[in-house]
Design a protein around this ligand. Structure first.
Ligand code: NDP
Length: 325
């Protein structure tokens, strides 16, 4: 149940060329973050255990890749769930069997809630050291800059270039084994490729049928530069925008393949060579997500989803790209 797709590397002077990354990852952000914020104070102490149990279940069911971030505040729970599953396996599972992704937060502004969260540290290098402690790990498998939206007053003056060089330093020291960015457009990718010794290996973006380019030409750029794309919110057409035009096509495909609509959407992403990041607290949906490797969509259906999806636009995160485009 360890599913991998090859990572394409560009000038990485290590044995890393043989590495691979599990093609499906379990998200510890979004709904878990919302849970943290929304749980009433008197029962908030139950949250830690509930999150650990969600992540532990995901590992037990077969997920080997987990996605966290500084801003999610789920490091401790991810680390505890991982430790529990490793301890219980009595040596059958090892740390190397798991792939942990983490992200540096340059600070965020949630305008609709009037909340500003500045960067927690002086930069990624310090954030990585803090994260390793909170996760209880000796290394992180993949480390990303969470977004390209850097503002001096939130990053304490740190630029994107500075942040990238700090990540490369941690990479050279083996604290993080792969490096990349999230929510970057082509211009910002160019900026870090220019100063860096290594190219970003991974780009994590919102990707689903209703948002096939988070920013102009981003998918083609990733292909051209051997950057592996990871899709977050792959189920947006079901969970966030259920009234879009795919609602008429999906039932046909569900009947044709005998799979759930969620499986069809996840498989659609995976068949394009894109890593899928999804999350659920529902046991059946956990199993369904891991079962997407057992069937294949016909190419004509891949294209149909693409075309129908492209007739509609939905973006769940980082509307800031719209202002910049
Ligand atoms: P998904 O698109 O997979 O959505 C998951 C949500 O969909 C869950 O709330 C789940 O609820 C629900 N769901 C699952 N199956 C169905 C279904 N059949 N019908 C309707 N709803 C369904 O992913 P997310 O948007 O949650 O993102 C996944 C991960 O990606 C995050 O946890 C985070 O780690 C990462 N991410 C990264 C971002 C970044 O800026 N880099 C931004 C956003 C996410 P239920 O539990 O009830 O099944």
């Amino acid at each position: 149940d360890f599913i991998t797709v090859p990572l394409q590397y560009r000038e990485i002077p290590r044995s890393a060329t043989k590495a691979s990354i599990p093609a499906i990852g379990y998200g510890s952000g979004t709904k878990h973050q919302i849970l943290k914020k929304s749980r009433p104070a008197e029962i908030r102490h139950t949250l830690h255990d509930d999150l650990v149990s969600d992540f532990y279940n995901a590992f037990k069911r077969g997920f080997r890749h987990i996605d966290t971030a500084e801003v999610y505040t789920t490091h401790e729970e991810v680390g505890e769930a991982l430790k529990r599953v490793l301890d219980e396996s009595e040596g059958k599972l090892k740390r190397e069997d798991f792939f942990v992704t983490d992200k540096y937060s340059p600070g965020f502004e949630y305008k609709e809630h009037n909340i500003t969260v500045p960067a927690a540290t002086s930069g990624p290098y310090e954030s990585i050291n803090v994260a390793l402690k909170e996760l209880g790990l000796e290394y992180i498998d993949l480390y990303l800059i969470h977004s390209q939206f850097f503002q001096d007053r939130l990053t304490h003056g740190l630029s994107i270039e500075d942040a990238w060089l700090q990540i490369e330093k941690a990479f050279e020291e083996g604290k993080v084994r792969h490096i990349g960015v999230s929510n970057f457009d082509t211009a910002h990718l160019d900026r870090i490729r220019k100063v860096g010794k290594y190219g970003p290996q991974v780009l994590q973006i919102e990707y689903h049928a209703y948002l096939q380019n988070q920013s102009n030409g981003i998918i083609q750029y990733a292909k051209d530069h051997d950057i592996l794309v990871e899709a977050y919110s792959p189920l947006a057409p079901l969970s966030r925008s259920p009234d879009g035009p795919l609602k008429d096509l999906l039932p046909e495909l569900v009947a044709k393949y005998g799979k759930t609509d969620a499986q069809i959407l996840l498989r659609w992403v995976y068949q394009q060579g894109i890593v899928v990041l999804t999350t659920t607290s529902n046991q059946d949906r956990l199993d369904d997500s891991l079962a997407i490797f057992g069937f294949e969509l016909d190419q004509e259906d891949v294209e149909k989803i693409r075309e129908v999806g492209a007739s509609f636009n939905f973006r769940g995160f980082f509307g800031g790209f719209d202002q910049e485009d």
